[in-house]
Write a protein that binds this ligand. Structure first.
Ligand SMILES: Cc1cc2nc3c(=O)[nH]c(=O)nc-3n(C[C@H](O)[C@H](O)[C@H](O)COP(=O)(O)OP(=O)(O)OC[C@H]3O[C@@H](n4cnc5c(N)ncnc54)[C@H](O)[C@@H]3O)c2cc1C
Length: 306
Protein backbone atom coordinates (compact mmCIF):
# COMPACT_ATOMS: atom_id res chain seq x y z
CA UNK A 1 0.00 0.00 0.00
CA UNK A 2 1.25 3.47 -0.86
CA UNK A 3 1.08 5.80 2.15
CA UNK A 4 2.21 9.44 2.21
CA UNK A 5 4.71 10.59 4.82
CA UNK A 6 3.44 12.47 7.88
CA UNK A 7 2.16 15.92 6.92
CA UNK A 8 0.59 18.87 8.77
CA UNK A 9 -2.73 20.15 7.44
CA UNK A 10 -4.09 23.72 7.41
CA UNK A 11 -7.35 24.90 5.88
CA UNK A 12 -7.18 28.40 4.38
CA UNK A 13 -10.21 30.63 4.94
CA UNK A 14 -9.27 33.33 2.40
CA UNK A 15 -6.60 34.00 -0.21
CA UNK A 16 -4.85 36.33 2.27
CA UNK A 17 -4.94 33.56 4.87
CA UNK A 18 -3.48 31.06 2.36
CA UNK A 19 -0.62 33.49 1.62
CA UNK A 20 -0.03 34.06 5.35
CA UNK A 21 0.13 30.27 5.87
CA UNK A 22 2.53 29.86 2.93
CA UNK A 23 4.73 32.58 4.42
CA UNK A 24 4.56 31.05 7.91
CA UNK A 25 5.35 27.46 6.88
CA UNK A 26 7.92 28.31 4.20
CA UNK A 27 9.03 26.44 1.08
CA UNK A 28 8.15 23.00 2.46
CA UNK A 29 4.44 23.90 2.46
CA UNK A 30 2.30 23.11 -0.58
CA UNK A 31 -1.11 24.27 -1.74
CA UNK A 32 -3.68 21.47 -1.92
CA UNK A 33 -6.29 22.06 -4.64
CA UNK A 34 -7.98 18.99 -6.18
CA UNK A 35 -5.12 16.79 -4.99
CA UNK A 36 -5.27 14.59 -8.10
CA UNK A 37 -1.60 15.21 -8.88
CA UNK A 38 -0.20 16.09 -5.47
CA UNK A 39 -1.66 13.22 -3.43
CA UNK A 40 -0.47 10.46 -5.82
CA UNK A 41 3.00 12.07 -5.79
CA UNK A 42 2.94 12.10 -1.99
CA UNK A 43 1.88 8.45 -1.91
CA UNK A 44 4.88 7.60 -4.10
CA UNK A 45 7.05 9.89 -1.92
CA UNK A 46 7.94 11.90 -5.02
CA UNK A 47 6.64 14.89 -3.05
CA UNK A 48 7.05 15.19 0.71
CA UNK A 49 5.63 18.52 1.80
CA UNK A 50 5.70 19.26 5.54
CA UNK A 51 2.40 21.17 5.44
CA UNK A 52 -0.61 21.06 3.12
CA UNK A 53 -2.57 24.29 2.78
CA UNK A 54 -6.04 23.35 1.60
CA UNK A 55 -7.66 26.03 -0.56
CA UNK A 56 -10.82 24.06 -1.38
CA UNK A 57 -12.99 26.35 0.76
CA UNK A 58 -12.04 29.49 -1.17
CA UNK A 59 -15.11 30.29 -3.27
CA UNK A 60 -13.41 33.55 -4.33
CA UNK A 61 -11.19 31.38 -6.57
CA UNK A 62 -14.10 29.52 -8.21
CA UNK A 63 -15.42 32.20 -10.55
CA UNK A 64 -15.82 31.84 -14.31
CA UNK A 65 -17.19 34.96 -15.97
CA UNK A 66 -16.88 37.41 -18.82
CA UNK A 67 -15.97 40.88 -17.51
CA UNK A 68 -14.67 43.92 -19.41
CA UNK A 69 -13.96 41.96 -22.58
CA UNK A 70 -12.11 39.14 -20.83
CA UNK A 71 -12.92 35.58 -19.84
CA UNK A 72 -11.76 35.24 -16.22
CA UNK A 73 -11.31 31.79 -14.74
CA UNK A 74 -10.63 31.37 -11.01
CA UNK A 75 -7.75 29.01 -10.24
CA UNK A 76 -9.99 26.70 -8.20
CA UNK A 77 -12.45 26.19 -11.07
CA UNK A 78 -12.86 22.43 -11.55
CA UNK A 79 -12.26 20.89 -14.97
CA UNK A 80 -15.95 19.88 -15.05
CA UNK A 81 -17.06 23.47 -14.37
CA UNK A 82 -14.93 24.77 -17.24
CA UNK A 83 -16.38 22.09 -19.51
CA UNK A 84 -19.92 23.06 -18.49
CA UNK A 85 -19.41 26.82 -18.84
CA UNK A 86 -21.22 28.10 -21.93
CA UNK A 87 -19.25 31.38 -21.87
CA UNK A 88 -15.96 29.49 -22.15
CA UNK A 89 -17.15 27.36 -25.08
CA UNK A 90 -18.75 30.28 -26.85
CA UNK A 91 -15.61 32.42 -26.90
CA UNK A 92 -12.86 29.80 -26.74
CA UNK A 93 -14.00 26.43 -28.05
CA UNK A 94 -10.45 25.14 -27.53
CA UNK A 95 -11.13 25.01 -23.78
CA UNK A 96 -14.09 22.67 -24.22
CA UNK A 97 -12.20 20.59 -26.79
CA UNK A 98 -9.35 20.13 -24.29
CA UNK A 99 -11.53 19.52 -21.24
CA UNK A 100 -13.51 16.82 -23.05
CA UNK A 101 -10.33 14.74 -23.37
CA UNK A 102 -8.69 15.39 -19.99
CA UNK A 103 -8.73 12.29 -17.82
CA UNK A 104 -12.15 10.95 -16.76
CA UNK A 105 -15.23 12.40 -15.04
CA UNK A 106 -13.89 11.61 -11.56
CA UNK A 107 -10.66 13.54 -12.12
CA UNK A 108 -12.53 16.34 -13.90
CA UNK A 109 -15.04 16.71 -11.07
CA UNK A 110 -12.38 17.61 -8.51
CA UNK A 111 -9.16 18.48 -10.38
CA UNK A 112 -8.73 22.23 -10.88
CA UNK A 113 -7.54 24.48 -13.66
CA UNK A 114 -4.99 26.14 -11.35
CA UNK A 115 -3.72 22.79 -10.10
CA UNK A 116 -3.19 21.57 -13.65
CA UNK A 117 -1.21 24.67 -14.59
CA UNK A 118 0.84 24.72 -11.37
CA UNK A 119 1.63 21.02 -11.58
CA UNK A 120 3.38 21.91 -14.86
CA UNK A 121 3.46 18.34 -16.07
CA UNK A 122 5.07 18.45 -19.56
CA UNK A 123 2.00 16.60 -20.90
CA UNK A 124 -0.67 18.83 -19.35
CA UNK A 125 -3.43 19.63 -21.86
CA UNK A 126 -4.53 22.98 -20.42
CA UNK A 127 -0.99 24.37 -20.51
CA UNK A 128 -1.04 24.05 -24.31
CA UNK A 129 -4.59 25.40 -24.59
CA UNK A 130 -3.80 28.52 -22.55
CA UNK A 131 -0.49 28.98 -24.42
CA UNK A 132 -2.41 28.98 -27.72
CA UNK A 133 -4.85 31.55 -26.34
CA UNK A 134 -1.98 33.71 -25.02
CA UNK A 135 -3.69 33.86 -21.66
CA UNK A 136 -2.57 35.95 -18.71
CA UNK A 137 -1.95 34.36 -15.31
CA UNK A 138 -2.65 36.31 -12.12
CA UNK A 139 -0.40 35.39 -9.20
CA UNK A 140 -0.86 36.73 -5.67
CA UNK A 141 1.69 36.86 -2.87
CA UNK A 142 2.51 38.89 0.25
CA UNK A 143 3.36 41.95 -1.88
CA UNK A 144 0.09 41.89 -3.86
CA UNK A 145 -0.83 40.65 -7.35
CA UNK A 146 1.30 40.35 -10.46
CA UNK A 147 0.55 39.04 -13.92
CA UNK A 148 2.62 36.95 -16.29
CA UNK A 149 1.84 35.68 -19.76
CA UNK A 150 1.11 31.98 -20.25
CA UNK A 151 4.41 31.80 -22.16
CA UNK A 152 6.34 33.01 -19.10
CA UNK A 153 4.44 30.92 -16.57
CA UNK A 154 6.15 27.56 -17.07
CA UNK A 155 9.90 27.58 -16.61
CA UNK A 156 10.51 23.84 -17.15
CA UNK A 157 9.08 20.42 -16.38
CA UNK A 158 7.14 20.68 -13.09
CA UNK A 159 8.37 24.27 -12.61
CA UNK A 160 6.57 27.60 -12.77
CA UNK A 161 7.27 31.21 -11.84
CA UNK A 162 4.96 30.93 -8.81
CA UNK A 163 7.15 31.51 -5.74
CA UNK A 164 6.80 29.40 -2.56
CA UNK A 165 4.82 32.18 -0.85
CA UNK A 166 2.53 32.86 -3.81
CA UNK A 167 -0.48 31.23 -5.41
CA UNK A 168 -2.08 31.35 -8.81
CA UNK A 169 -5.47 33.02 -8.43
CA UNK A 170 -6.86 33.57 -11.90
CA UNK A 171 -6.42 33.06 -15.64
CA UNK A 172 -7.58 35.83 -17.99
CA UNK A 173 -8.11 35.67 -21.75
CA UNK A 174 -8.92 38.71 -23.88
CA UNK A 175 -11.97 38.30 -26.13
CA UNK A 176 -11.28 39.69 -29.58
CA UNK A 177 -13.39 39.71 -32.77
CA UNK A 178 -12.64 37.35 -35.65
CA UNK A 179 -11.31 34.58 -33.43
CA UNK A 180 -11.60 30.80 -33.58
CA UNK A 181 -9.80 28.06 -31.69
CA UNK A 182 -9.53 24.28 -31.46
CA UNK A 183 -7.65 21.47 -29.71
CA UNK A 184 -6.61 18.11 -31.16
CA UNK A 185 -5.17 15.29 -29.05
CA UNK A 186 -4.00 11.73 -29.60
CA UNK A 187 -3.89 9.48 -26.53
CA UNK A 188 -3.32 5.76 -26.16
CA UNK A 189 -6.83 5.27 -24.83
CA UNK A 190 -9.80 7.29 -23.63
CA UNK A 191 -8.98 9.39 -20.56
CA UNK A 192 -5.23 9.00 -20.93
CA UNK A 193 -2.55 11.64 -21.05
CA UNK A 194 -1.64 12.79 -24.56
CA UNK A 195 0.94 11.09 -26.74
CA UNK A 196 0.86 14.46 -28.45
CA UNK A 197 -1.61 17.33 -28.70
CA UNK A 198 -1.91 20.73 -30.35
CA UNK A 199 -4.10 23.74 -29.75
CA UNK A 200 -4.62 26.59 -32.19
CA UNK A 201 -6.17 30.02 -31.96
CA UNK A 202 -6.43 32.40 -34.89
CA UNK A 203 -7.80 35.88 -35.30
CA UNK A 204 -8.77 36.86 -38.85
CA UNK A 205 -8.73 40.16 -40.71
CA UNK A 206 -10.71 39.18 -43.80
CA UNK A 207 -8.89 36.25 -45.37
CA UNK A 208 -5.62 37.06 -43.61
CA UNK A 209 -4.45 35.70 -40.27
CA UNK A 210 -4.02 38.81 -38.13
CA UNK A 211 -2.62 36.74 -35.26
CA UNK A 212 -2.10 33.06 -34.48
CA UNK A 213 -1.42 31.14 -31.30
CA UNK A 214 -0.21 27.54 -31.30
CA UNK A 215 0.16 25.44 -28.15
CA UNK A 216 1.78 22.02 -28.07
CA UNK A 217 2.02 19.50 -25.26
CA UNK A 218 3.90 16.25 -24.65
CA UNK A 219 6.28 16.96 -27.54
CA UNK A 220 8.99 19.02 -25.84
CA UNK A 221 7.88 22.43 -27.09
CA UNK A 222 9.43 25.34 -25.16
CA UNK A 223 6.78 27.02 -22.98
CA UNK A 224 4.13 24.72 -24.55
CA UNK A 225 4.19 26.91 -27.68
CA UNK A 226 5.26 26.84 -31.32
CA UNK A 227 6.50 30.42 -31.57
CA UNK A 228 8.20 30.11 -34.98
CA UNK A 229 5.07 28.61 -36.54
CA UNK A 230 3.03 31.48 -35.10
CA UNK A 231 5.48 34.01 -36.57
CA UNK A 232 5.10 32.34 -39.96
CA UNK A 233 1.29 32.55 -39.78
CA UNK A 234 1.00 36.16 -38.59
CA UNK A 235 -0.03 38.13 -41.67
CA UNK A 236 -0.23 35.02 -43.89
CA UNK A 237 -3.31 34.06 -45.93
CA UNK A 238 -5.68 31.70 -44.10
CA UNK A 239 -5.14 28.80 -46.47
CA UNK A 240 -4.45 25.12 -46.35
CA UNK A 241 -0.89 25.72 -47.55
CA UNK A 242 -0.20 28.16 -44.69
CA UNK A 243 -1.51 25.68 -42.12
CA UNK A 244 0.48 22.79 -43.59
CA UNK A 245 3.66 24.88 -43.47
CA UNK A 246 2.93 25.98 -39.88
CA UNK A 247 2.52 22.32 -38.90
CA UNK A 248 5.83 21.52 -40.55
CA UNK A 249 7.61 24.33 -38.66
CA UNK A 250 6.00 23.31 -35.35
CA UNK A 251 7.21 19.73 -35.86
CA UNK A 252 10.74 20.80 -36.76
CA UNK A 253 11.12 23.06 -33.71
CA UNK A 254 9.76 20.76 -30.98
CA UNK A 255 11.96 18.23 -29.18
CA UNK A 256 9.94 15.13 -28.29
CA UNK A 257 11.47 12.26 -26.32
CA UNK A 258 10.80 8.58 -26.81
CA UNK A 259 9.01 7.09 -23.80
CA UNK A 260 6.29 4.59 -22.87
CA UNK A 261 3.74 6.68 -24.78
CA UNK A 262 5.57 6.49 -28.11
CA UNK A 263 8.74 7.09 -30.12
CA UNK A 264 10.02 10.61 -30.74
CA UNK A 265 9.51 10.48 -34.52
CA UNK A 266 5.84 9.53 -34.07
CA UNK A 267 5.34 12.42 -31.63
CA UNK A 268 6.97 14.80 -34.13
CA UNK A 269 4.54 13.52 -36.76
CA UNK A 270 1.67 14.22 -34.33
CA UNK A 271 2.94 17.77 -33.70
CA UNK A 272 2.77 18.45 -37.44
CA UNK A 273 -0.54 16.77 -38.18
CA UNK A 274 -2.40 17.92 -35.07
CA UNK A 275 -1.21 21.52 -35.50
CA UNK A 276 -2.53 21.42 -39.06
CA UNK A 277 -5.87 19.92 -38.00
CA UNK A 278 -6.32 22.33 -35.09
CA UNK A 279 -5.64 25.32 -37.34
CA UNK A 280 -8.16 24.07 -39.90
CA UNK A 281 -10.84 23.66 -37.23
CA UNK A 282 -9.98 27.04 -35.69
CA UNK A 283 -10.47 28.68 -39.09
CA UNK A 284 -13.89 27.08 -39.55
CA UNK A 285 -14.91 28.38 -36.16
CA UNK A 286 -13.48 31.85 -36.81
CA UNK A 287 -15.63 31.99 -39.92
CA UNK A 288 -18.63 30.81 -37.96
CA UNK A 289 -19.05 27.71 -40.06
CA UNK A 290 -20.72 24.62 -38.73
CA UNK A 291 -18.59 21.76 -37.39
CA UNK A 292 -17.60 19.47 -40.24
CA UNK A 293 -18.34 22.05 -42.94
CA UNK A 294 -15.45 22.28 -45.35
CA UNK A 295 -13.56 25.39 -46.42
CA UNK A 296 -10.72 25.84 -48.84
CA UNK A 297 -8.40 25.26 -45.87
CA UNK A 298 -10.65 22.48 -44.66
CA UNK A 299 -9.48 20.03 -47.31
CA UNK A 300 -6.85 17.49 -46.44
CA UNK A 301 -3.34 18.87 -46.84
CA UNK A 302 -1.18 17.22 -49.46
CA UNK A 303 0.65 14.41 -47.67
CA UNK A 304 4.06 15.62 -48.86
CA UNK A 305 3.66 19.10 -47.42
CA UNK A 306 2.17 18.15 -44.07
C1 LIG B 1 -5.97 9.37 -13.63
C2 LIG B 1 -5.57 10.74 -14.07
C3 LIG B 1 -5.59 11.05 -15.41
C4 LIG B 1 -5.23 12.32 -15.83
N1 LIG B 1 -5.27 12.61 -17.16
C5 LIG B 1 -4.94 13.85 -17.59
C6 LIG B 1 -4.98 14.20 -18.96
O1 LIG B 1 -5.37 13.42 -19.81
N2 LIG B 1 -4.59 15.45 -19.30
C7 LIG B 1 -4.19 16.37 -18.39
O2 LIG B 1 -3.86 17.49 -18.76
N3 LIG B 1 -4.16 16.08 -17.08
C8 LIG B 1 -4.52 14.85 -16.67
N4 LIG B 1 -4.49 14.55 -15.36
C9 LIG B 1 -4.01 15.57 -14.43
C10 LIG B 1 -5.14 16.37 -13.85
O3 LIG B 1 -5.57 17.30 -14.80
C11 LIG B 1 -4.46 17.04 -12.69
O4 LIG B 1 -4.10 16.03 -11.77
C12 LIG B 1 -5.28 17.88 -11.87
O5 LIG B 1 -6.23 18.57 -12.56
C13 LIG B 1 -4.39 18.84 -11.12
O6 LIG B 1 -5.20 19.69 -10.44
P1 LIG B 1 -5.46 19.51 -8.91
O7 LIG B 1 -6.44 20.55 -8.55
O8 LIG B 1 -5.82 18.10 -8.60
O9 LIG B 1 -4.01 19.87 -8.32
P2 LIG B 1 -3.27 19.39 -7.01
O10 LIG B 1 -2.91 17.96 -7.15
O11 LIG B 1 -4.01 19.78 -5.79
O12 LIG B 1 -1.96 20.32 -7.12
C14 LIG B 1 -1.00 20.13 -8.12
C15 LIG B 1 0.18 21.05 -7.83
O13 LIG B 1 -0.18 22.40 -8.04
C16 LIG B 1 -0.05 23.17 -6.85
N5 LIG B 1 -1.20 24.08 -6.84
C17 LIG B 1 -2.49 23.76 -7.00
N6 LIG B 1 -3.26 24.84 -7.09
C18 LIG B 1 -2.43 25.90 -6.95
C19 LIG B 1 -2.61 27.31 -6.96
N7 LIG B 1 -3.82 27.89 -7.15
N8 LIG B 1 -1.52 28.10 -6.82
C20 LIG B 1 -0.28 27.56 -6.64
N9 LIG B 1 -0.05 26.24 -6.63
C21 LIG B 1 -1.11 25.41 -6.79
C22 LIG B 1 -0.02 22.17 -5.71
O14 LIG B 1 0.69 22.65 -4.59
C23 LIG B 1 0.67 21.00 -6.38
O15 LIG B 1 2.07 21.22 -6.38
C24 LIG B 1 -4.83 13.30 -14.90
C25 LIG B 1 -4.81 12.97 -13.53
C26 LIG B 1 -5.18 11.73 -13.11
C27 LIG B 1 -5.16 11.41 -11.65
Amino acid sequence: MQVPAYVEYERATSVEHAIALLTRFGPEARILAGGHSLIPMMKLRLAQPETLIDINGLSELCHLQVTDGELRIGALTRHAQLLDAAAAGEHFAILHDAERVIADPIVRNWGTVGGSLCQADPSEDLSAAFAALKATMVIRGPGGSRTVSAREFHTGPYETVVAPDELLTEIKITIRPGGGSAYEKVGRRVGDWPVGAAGAAIWLAGDTIAEAGIGLTAVGAPHFAAAEAEDFLNGAPATEASFAQAGQIAAERCQPSSDQRGPADYKRHLARELTYRALRKALRRARGQAEGERTEAGQSAPEASR
